[in-house]
Design a protein around this ligand. Sequence first.
Ligand SMILES: [Zn+2]
Length: 92
Amino acid sequence: MCAEHAAEVQEAGFACKRCRCHLAPEALANYNDLIETARACELRRRQEPSQMAKTAALVEALQAYLKALLLCSDDVALHRRAKALRARLAEG
Ligand SMILES: [Zn+2]
């Protein structure tokens, strides 16, 4: 974790454990795949007709974001997105 990324994420009120500056290329590729999966799930959620399918897509998106954050947690926007999805899930 570099000081620059740590400061940026902590300033936004989130925990940063690992930044992309110290990420192996395979881990970064994995991270990008997870983000892509999460975005696809969010898109699917909007198109699903039933509430149950919407919730399932939301859970899937959140899980992908959380897995991505375990690999690399230097992106404030990603923290915010995961937090927003978690809040929406809690609302039911
Ligand atoms: Zn960094």
